[in-house]
Every structure is written in structure tokens, then in C-alpha cells.
Design a protein. Structure first.
Length: 163
């Protein structure tokens, strides 16, 4: 990691990045082979909450090896050409979380997390979550993964980049 740019984000700044973004990358290890998948997520109670299909590779991997990494990044500037003389830079913010992922199998707990997940997005979109609640039947057809964050680091470069 570059010492010049991090880690330098406070907990408050990392929380803000995680609250404002809605796509991240879940990194898992499948018998020693890396597997990274983009996911939509909610940041609730210092946890990453992910929903998806009830079957699939990420669920299988988590059940075998729950250790996980989760990354969110955003570029403040548009991508620019890299110049030969030290111009390989742009403004960014990123957060990396490490912890233990759990596939929530208990139907009551899964329903609660899925409702909170949907509420999270509806509120971001300024919609009424009560208008379209997650039902028990719907929750039976959706998985829920909760990543309990053990460590979190964030870094940013916010200085202006010359054209």
C-alpha cells in the first residue's frame, strides 16, 4: 500500500463511503483460489448485508470458508491519461473490510435482515418501505449474507489533479 495515501480515513469517513455507495466487491477464497464478485449491499450496524439467489458459488464458498474481504471504491475524478513523468494519479476514496461472512439460514432472522436491507435502499431512494414490504414468502426465495467486520481500513487522495 502506498504510504503517501493511506490508510488515512477516519472511522466516520469510512462509514460515510460505505453508506453512500451501493456496489462493492466481495472477496472469498475457494480452496485457495480467489473469487471476487460485485454485489449490491447495505451497511447496517457496522455490518455488510448482501442479498441474492438462494443457490450459487458465493454461498457454497462461504459455507466452506467464511473468511471474507469486502471493498468499495470511488473515483472522484474521471479517469485521465497516465503521463510518463509521474502523472499516474487521480482522486479516490476506498474502504477495505475484513471479517467473517455468514449465510443466514434461519428464516426469521433472514426475513428481518432482508426487510432492513430493503428499508435501507428505499430510504436512500426516498421511497416508503412500507409500500412494498418483504413478505415471508419472498424471503424464502432470497438469500442473505451478513459480513461481520473485524477490521476496516480506508484511504483517500483528495488533492486536485492537473489536466
Amino acid at each position: 500500500m502506498s504510504q503517501k495515501y493511506g490508510p488515512n480515513l477516519s472511522q466516520e469517513a469510512m462509514d460515510k463511503v460505505l453508506q453512500e455507495e451501493d456496489t462493492g466487491y466481495l472477496g472469498l477464497a475457494d480452496e485457495g483460489k480467489p473469487y471476487v464478485v460485485p454485489v449490491s449491499f447495505a451497511y447496517l450496524d457496522h455490518r455488510i448485508v448482501i442479498h441474492g439467489a438462494t443457490t450459487g458459488r458465493k454461498l457454497d464458498i462461504i459455507r466452506r470458508n467464511p473468511r471474507a474481504c469486502f471493498t468499495v471504491s470511488r473515483h472522484i475524478d474521471r479517469t485521465r491519461p497516465h503521463q510518463a513523468e509521474g502523472g499516474c494519479t487521480y482522486r479516490f476514496e476506498s474502504v477495505i473490510c475484513q471479517g467473517t461472512a455468514e449465510v443466514v439460514d434461519d428464516p426469521v432472522i433472514r426475513l428481518e435482515w432482508l426487510r432492513r436491507f430493503k428499508d435501507y435502499f428505499y430510504r436512500k431512494l426516498r421511497l416508503d418501505p412500507a409500500a412494498d414490504p418483504v413478505t415471508e414468502k419472498a424471503a424464502q426465495h432470497c438469500s442473505c449474507i451478513v459480513l461481520r467486520i473485524e477490521t476496516m481500513t480506508g484511504r483517500a487522495k483528495r488533492e486536485a489533479v492537473a489536466d
